[in-house]
Design a protein. Structure first.
Length: 409
């Protein structure tokens, strides 16, 4: 088998590309015509894998889905307009009123908000400390259907007990959903911990260039969907490993219409080709910045799984190729976080992560503002916490920027 980057780089060509193009072309069309009406009917009734309507299938998007399959070693992938659309429509397609699921408490803020909305609609959720498998086990109920976790938490970098929860879900017959956005398929492949479904926000490291948003759900073929009552009879055809992902495409993507456009799919596919190269540089830059900040007398605390004193450092070293390119820190009490950020000249004050550029944001006042001070305190998010997403700049320039900013405090 070819290596990670070789496989990603050449995946477009393996399926045959029009006119010998090295990239799958952008198919900017909505519908697809057939000479024989029976061919059109076969597409709609699932007897053919050809194309019908771009809301749910498009050749450019299909090429990206195949690329994500290869990266995650999956069975099938469905792409969406955003990462949030991927999570929301997948759970909408699989869960019913009265169902329950368990989620990590250390979640991306919008995901927490989404899950609270599910609870208001009759699909209950229990938030737990997913760094401990026993906390997940204690939250299980007879009506529990799935467990949802992130690999590394944003912004405090708690690392989920991915192996332990995977074993628990396998033993209890639960769907195991792993959001791999923070690590990306290059640093970690959740199939190795028996994930049932994998989420990726393609906007982040996989796309990498801050020029397109997208999300994906990948079926890993590990869960026995013949035991899952919520699969509609319509989709119980052929290989059972594809029943759920078909329902996600039909009941999630088709019915909600959170469609990834072909132009965005093209940007994301091209960006994915350099994922390994970018992640190597970003992780190296993150580690160098962490070491610099951890030794600085104006910094009170740095949160990064690569540090020996991180609570899940051993787990990080065992599971991930590198500890990631995101970290956060708290300045000392005499340093105003806003003033420090405003003194940075090279680092961009911006949301998003996984960009080629190094980005910084005051967490409590922006992306976690809406959840309120009580919930932030539960998550360990101090008012002074600053999150850094390391980019690919020359490391000497990044360290110099932080040094001059801190030197004036």
């Amino acid at each position: 088998m070819p290596g990670f980057t070789t496989s990603t780089l050449h995946s477009d060509r393996r399926g045959g590309v029009e006119h010998g193009s090295l990239h799958k072309p952008i198919h900017a069309n909505v519908a697809y015509g057939y000479e024989d009406v029976q061919d059109l009917v076969d597409v709609f009734q699932g007897r053919s894998s050809n194309y019908s309507y771009t809301r749910q299938v498009n050749p450019t998007v299909s090429a990206l889905e195949a690329k994500i399959d290869a990266m995650e070693r999956g069975v099938a992938t469905v792409c969406f307009a955003t990462g949030m659309a991927a999570i929301g429509t997948a759970l909408f397609a699989l869960l019913r009123r009265g169902d329950h699921f368990v989620s990590s408490a250390y979640l991306f803020g919008n995901t927490t908000s989404l899950f609270q909305t599910f609870a208001a609609q009759g699909v209950d959720v229990t938030f737990v400390d997913a760094t401990r498998t026993d906390a997940v086990e204690e939250a299980l109920r007879p009506e529990t259907r799935l467990v949802f976790v992130e690999t590394i938490a944003n912004p405090r970098t708690q690392v989920t007990d991915l192996e332990g929860i995977g074993t628990l879900c396998r033993e209890r017959g639960l769907i195991y959903v792993v959001d791999n956005t923070m690590t990306s398929p290059y640093l970690f492949q959740p199939v190795d911990v028996d994930a049932s479904l994998i989420v990726n926000s393609l906007t982040k490291y996989i796309g990498g260039h801050g020029n397109a948003v997208g999300g994906a759900i990948t079926e890993m073929g590990r869960y026995d969907w013949t035991t899952f009552d919520n699969i509609d009879d319509t989709y119980k055809r052929g290989d059972p490993s594809r029943w759920a992902i078909t329902q996600i495409r039909k009941k999630g993507l088709r019915d909600f219409g959170a469609t990834l456009g072909p132009e965005s799919a093209h940007h994301l596919a091209v960006g994915a080709e350099t994922l390994a190269l970018r992640m190597e540089r970003q992780c190296a830059n993150a580690r160098a910045l962490v070491d610099f900040l951890a030794a600085h007398d104006k910094i009170a605390k740095v949160y990064y799984p690569g540090l020996p004193d991180h609570p899940q450092h051993g787990r990080t070293t065992r599971l991930f190729r590198h500890p990631g390119a995101l970290f956060s820190f708290e300045p000392t009490d005499d340093v105003d976080a806003f003033a420090l950020l405003n003194r940075l000249e090279l680092v961009v004050k911006s949301t998003n992560l996984g960009d080629n550029r190094t980005l910084a944001i005051p967490v409590a006042h922006t992306i976690y503002h809406e959840i309120g001070p009580e919930r932030r305190a539960e998550m360990g998010i101090a008012d002074s916490l600053i999150r850094i997403s390391a980019g690919i700049e020359d490391i000497d320039d990044l360290i110099e920027d932080f040094a001059q900013a801190l030197g004036g405090m």
